[in-house]
Design a protein around this ligand. Sequence first.
Ligand SMILES: [Zn+2]
Length: 63
Amino acid sequence: MSDYCGTEHPTAAEASAQGAPAGPPFAECVLCQKPTEYAESHKGITLCPVCEWREAERTACSG
Ligand SMILES: [Zn+2]
């Protein structure tokens, strides 16, 4: 599948240049800028597993 249309994907280019594991470009965590499990095309806020867990706890405790 070579569906690469030439749009800008600096993250993917950098990742492959650094020998990162193959896969879709992942969005950065909005809180700590670590890679998340969400693709860059993911809508809305993207959080890494750690921040997501913390947010879930905060939400659960803020009632
Ligand atoms: Zn995070």
